[in-house]
Design a binder for this molecule. Sequence first.
Ligand code: HEC
Length: 190
Amino acid sequence: VKRRHLAVMAIGSASLVVAGVTLAAQDRYALTAPSGIAFSEFKGYELWQMVGASQADDGSGCGTSPDPGCIKVILGNPAMMKGYAERVPDNGKPVADGAVLTKIEWAKASNAEAGYGMTVPGKLAEVAFMVKDARRFPDTDGWGYASFTYDADSDAWKAKGDAPDFVQACHGCHTIVKARDFVFTHYPKR
Ligand code: HEC
């Protein structure tokens, strides 16, 4: 009986160690944006196809990065890429429900190994999402918005925005491209 008791104790402390390790590496997919959209809805976004890229002249064109600004890539989930292949939204047709776009932002860094001036992605700063679901997001023309910031120094993720209506700021600016169903990024020839 005593031996079995010891074995149970050993298993107990082993799982404590495992729990400690899990807590140390923060699970970004446990986060939910104030808009009610969970980060876990976008699992696997790192492997989506690239739509386009952009580089802001300074910090004013970035979600979180200060001057001298940031580098971004815009990726689409399979439903969004199917739309682009059919020339949506350039053809004036609305993006289909289920389509998602993400914008990954890094602080600018220079590559010292290159023999010429070159700006490359530095520290990861923010990952923003737009998800199309006409019934779920009627107040913002069918688009849901969520964004998560990353602090590279402390390896910590945080949901962006303090109240559900932070999405009005996102959508307000995206209204500039209302004619393209609120999507800025074009699919460049490659
Ligand atoms: C001041 C204007 C402005 C605001 C506010 C804004 N965006 Fe954008 N967004 C842009 C522009 C311009 C682009 C084009 C790509 C880029 O930024 O390089 C863009 C691109 C995107 C993209 C890629 C798809 C596309 O439309 O090209 C996503 C996803 C996105 N924004 C999410 C958000 C979210 C989430 C918020 C709110 C937290 C937000 N945006 C707020 C201007 C804005």
